[in-house]
Structures are given as structure tokens and as C-alpha cells.
Design a protein around this ligand. Structure first.
Ligand SMILES: NC(=O)C1=CN([C@@H]2O[C@H](COP(=O)(O)OP(=O)(O)OC[C@H]3O[C@@H](n4cnc5c(N)ncnc54)[C@H](O)[C@@H]3O)[C@@H](O)[C@H]2O)C=CC1
Ligand SMILES: O=C(O)C(=O)Cc1ccc(O)cc1
Length: 292
């Protein structure tokens, strides 16, 4: 049985709210104190019973907790570290849920001069295109990957406790180097979001977009679901992880030119057939390794 905590959640949106709901359901929260800079969202969290109490500031929420979870857009992390610095305690565990990890570690170094040994960076690789506490669910992390990217300065006991916390929420925890995390997630999460936003942006600028959208089939809806994600959150992610994302956008541009050339020049249908078949086999390999 994992330890039980008085949890301070900073950013009670989709992810912060889902962590709160799951922690309560799994009996690993004795009390949940929330803070969010959006008072409407925070009051909604209280009304829905996602948090037991609300605090007036991030530091007030953290001061009353023995586990602090930071679940805000990654571009805000440094500001939050600055506001927590005066009350940072050796007796408290801290973690985050940001989609990028090198920038979060850099923000910690800029604020504290080093990564505090009791801050264990994390990323639940589970979510949705919706935002806000109203979309939070107590089962969001069940059987989903959670990646922790501990720093060499991290206290081993802190890493073990955060790992046990995420396991209690249903997550399948892996440890990974932060740079490796950012490279891998750039490929499977950040690039697809850029591509979905770009495709919808392209079509949304066309004069005949109304007709185009009117006759779109399920494939278009599936492919573009993630373009309904929060623009602020994704702007933060793409700017934070630009070093890994930009080369992949170049690779993708090359790939599009290649398939364009095959369609344009090749009068042998086998060539295009092989190209699509290879892609379909690769997707099957992805499906075969999914956690069930
Ligand atoms: N949405 C998703 O599917 C996933 C998101 N993440 C990461 O989790 C974090 C949170 O994302 P979501 O919960 O989806 O976003 P969200 O928009 O639902 O929630 C974020 C909350 O943070 C609040 N906030 C912003 N600045 C703040 C500040 N200075 N102080 C206190 N609260 C502040 C916002 O008002 C909002 O309620 C992000 O870093 C994101 O990259 C990680 C995995 C999946
Ligand atoms: O909506 C989806 O399918 C997602 O891909 C959600 C998501 C968004 C950001 C992450 O860091 C992880 C998962």
C-alpha cells in the first residue's frame, strides 16, 4: 500500500484534477488542497469535490501539504518555482506533470541554482484534447505510461515514493533520462500535434473551408481531434522542446516531398502500394506493443 499524503495541487485543470480524483479514489490522499490562477476553475474544483479546500496562492497550498503536484502549462513552471522557493521544505515531496522535462529541470536550476533533491520531475503520458477541471477523471492514468526523469541529485527515496504514488493511481511507471524523454515524446506526441494544427490551419484559411469541413469523413475527425487541444499548452510545449521538434518537422517535410514525388512521377502503382504498406505495418507494430 502506497503512502497517503496531504496533497497540494497547483493547477487544478485536466491533469491536476485527474490526479486529485484518482488519489482520492485510491486512498492515497488524506486531504487535497488546490490552487489555480483561474478562480473560476478553482471554485469549480471545490464545487465538484475534486479538492477539499482551496488556497489563496501556490505557496499557501504548498505550505499545507506534504506532497506538492505542479500541473500548469510548462511555460509557467519557473514562475511557480520562484513563488514556492521561500517556503520550499526538505520535509515535503514535490513533482510535476509537464509534457517536457529538460526545460522544467532548467527552470529548477535557474530558480534554486540546482535541482532540489526532493523535486522528482514526472510526465503522465495520458490525457485528452479537453482542458479544465470539468474534464478530470479518476481513471485517466489507469494502465497508462508515466515517465519520471530523475536528476542525479535526486534523493532515491523521493523517486521511489513518487513512483509508488503514480503506481497507486494506476500508472505504469518508467524512469528515463530527461533528454531522452524529450526526444521520444517529440516524435510521438509533439510532432503529431504540430501536424494536426498545421493541417487544420491550412484548411481553415481556405475560402471554401465551410464546404470542405461539411463533407469531411470520420478519418478527418480522428486525425484532427488533437487540434482541439489547448493552444497555450501546446505553444509552451513546442517552444520548450523546439530543439527536438524542429528536426522532426524537417524529416516530415522531406517525407511529404517523397510521397508527393511518388504520386507525381511514378506510373508504377506498386511503388505507392509499398510505401503505404510499409506505413501500415509500422502502425501494426505500434498497436501490438500497446499496454492492454
Ligand atoms: N492535457 C493533456 O493531455 C496532458 C497535459 N500534460 C501537462 O500537464 C500540465 C497541465 O495540463 P492540463 O491539465 O491539460 O491543462 P489545463 O489547462 O486543464 O490545466 C492547467 C491549469 O493551470 C492553471 N494555471 C496556469 N497558470 C497558473 C499559475 N501561475 N498558477 C496556478 N495555476 C495556473 C490554469 O488556470 C489551468 O486551470 C501541462 O504542463 C501539460 O503539458 C501532461 C500530460 C497530458
Ligand atoms: O489527446 C491526446 O490524445 C494526447 O495526446 C494527450 C496528451 C497531451 C500531452 C501529453 O504530454 C500527453 C498526452
Amino acid at each position: 500500500m502506497a503512502d497517503s499524503y496531504r496533497i497540494g495541487i497547483i493547477g487544478v485543470g485536466l491533469i491536476g484534477g485527474s490526479i486529485a480524483r484518482a488519489a482520492r479514489l485510491q486512498g492515497v490522499a488524506t486531504e487535497i488542497i488546490g490552487f489555480d490562477s483561474c478562480s473560476k476553475n478553482l471554485l469549480e474544483a471545490l464545487r465538484l469535490g475534486v479538492v477539499d479546500r482551496i488556497a489563496e496562492s501556490a505557496s499557501a497550498a504548498a505550505e499545507q501539504a506534504d506532497l506538492v503536484v505542479i500541473a500548469v502549462p510548462v511555460g509557467v513552471t519557473q514562475t511557480l518555482f520562484e513563488s514556492l522557493k521561500p517556503i520550499w521544505s526538505d520535509q515535503v515531496l514535490y513533482t510535476d506533470a509537464g509534457s517536457t522535462k529538460l526545460d522544467v529541470l532548467a527552470a529548477a536550476r535557474r530558480c534554486f541554482g540546482r535541482v532540489p533533491e526532493n523535486f522528482v520531475p514526472g510526465h503522465p503520458v495520458a490525457g485528452a484534447e479537453s482542458s479544465g477541471v470539468g474534464a478530470a477523471s479518476d481513471s485517466l492514468f489507469v494502465n497508462k505510461r508515466v515517465i519520471l526523469t530523475p536528476h542525479p541529485d535526486n534523493d532515491d527515496a523521493a523517486v521511489k515514493k513518487i513512483s509508488a504514488f503514480w503506481s497507486a493511481l494506476g500508472g505504469r511507471v518508467s524512469l528515463m533520462d530527461a533528454a531522452h524523454h524529450d526526444a521520444v515524446l517529440a516524435a510521438t506526441s509533439h510532432l503529431p500535434h504540430v501536424l494536426a494544427f498545421a493541417l487544420v490551419h491550412l484548411l481553415g484559411c481556405k475560402d471554401d473551408q465551410q464546404e470542405i469541413f461539411q463533407y469531411a469523413a470520420g478519418g478527418f475527425r480522428d486525425f484532427t481531434r488533437i487540434a482541439s487541444s489547448d493552444p497555450r499548452m501546446w505553444a509552451d510545449i513546442c517552444l520548450a522542446n523546439r530543439d527536438f521538434i524542429l528536426p522532426l518537422i524537417e524529416d516530415l517535410s522531406r517525407e511529404l516531398r517523397e510521397v508527393s514525388e511518388i504520386i507525381k512521377l511514378d506510373d508504377n502503382p506498386e511503388h505507392l502500394l509499398h510505401y503505404f504498406s510499409d506505413a501500415r505495418k509500422a502502425r501494426q507494430r505500434f498497436l501490438d506493443q500497446l499496454i492492454t
